[in-house]
Design a protein around this ligand. Sequence first.
Ligand code: PMP
Length: 500
Amino acid sequence: VHIPLDRQSPAPLYQQIASFIRQGIQSGHLAPELRLPSSRSLAKDLGVNRITVEAAYAELESEGLVFSKVGSGTYVLPPSQFSPLPKASPGAPWPLWQQEIQANGPDVNKSPDLRLHEKRHPDPISFASGVGDYHRFPVEDFRKILQSVMRRDGISALEYGEDSGYAPLRATVANVLSSQGLQVGSENILITAGSQQSLALVSQVLLKPGDAVLVEEPTYSGALNLFQALGLKIIGVPVDQRGLQVDSLEKLLQQVHPRLLYTIPNFQNPTGTCMSSPRRLQLISLADRYNLPILEDDYVGDLRYEGHALPSLKSLDPGGRVIYVSTFSKMLMPGLRVGFLAAEGPVYDRLVAYKRVNDLTTSNLIQRALEAYVTVGRYQVHLQRSCQVYRKRRDAMMDEIERLLPEGIQISQPQGGLFIWLRLPEGLRADELLPYAIEEGVAFAPGSNFFLGSEAGSAFMRLNFTAHPPETIHKGIKRLQKAIKRLEAGVNLEHAANGR
Ligand code: PMP
């Protein structure tokens, strides 16, 4: 084959080769089934690298003009009966089914993009996060444990594990829960990829689109997003200093026949409140009378800085009414992606089956490492230290807020967990404050993230007090003070003023 090549041309050689053969095929000079010269011989004839010819053949193959048979060569294909696909190009329309997603799908992510924050300030401080201080992650301990587990268990640590989770980890979790008054056996524990997955599994098993689900209002935005994504009818029940207002529940139960109640009884996200004991008892009794499953999310129950632990709803459950969910994300590290749930009866078996169809199992290696970490007592030590450190940080943030922020701000001291929930004085809105705060170099989670309608949350903000040491908390609250002053004085935002 003689292919004229122009070595001065800006078109790469492989494209010149491909273009010549393409023309030959399209004009019929190169007939279907014809075997093209091997890349080695063509490269030799043309005085080019073999890779250049292979790239030309690959391009023709991606256009459906030739096909290659392993060990045999590259052949001309008969003209296709199908119309050729358009070439990928920027701005080309998506296929129709993708356009339908754009047009119809529920919009599940309503959190503002706080990454802007990082770009606008050289030294940003975020109180917006939903986990503890990542500088406190026991990285070195965990590295050693992982190594020793690999040495101890070898291949078996890298196989798929049991559907319900690594049996010794389930036993360990059951022991820990039993020591807290929640009597369960390992046969009632399912290990999941974090509590978010537990919430998703419970929803899949119990709910179908259009079903009504009761939530505390405000509540964890990840749960709201999940329930929205599943097409559920979400109904909010107000929360006060003693947690979910159980009194207002009975009427709702009669009116809307909800299929599930989702609650965070300990250090509620975002308000930080705990449900009182009488309300816990009342809730269990209502759930029993109205045949209502309860999903109890105990995401930071062990991070208590004072006062007595209250009985979990599950420990008050005479059997089968409550599904209890917890996680190692907040008390240890979120990237492990390990959580667990406790349930019994037919729902437990169904949850195990749904776990399997979702992701087969949670990482066997990480489960084994976690089991070793908890069993040697490291986890408990880490928790105790976290409680000491976080308690000081809570006190520091409470003090700074009272000292620096304007009168009229309302807060109450959480007895544990991660968050201070703050109500701004009359007339100030958290969503309007956020861009000023970001400009000053401090971020928070605006209240609207946690309510069903964004207006309801406009006066509130959630501050994570665990993420930074007291000096940084001081700096951050000072920045917030400045942002509030600028908002109150009606100063223009810099980026708005500059037209950025
Ligand atoms: N529940 C609550 C109340 C949370 O705050 C979070 C994390 N922000 C989760 C569940 C999910 O956590 P994970 O999946 O990491 O366990």
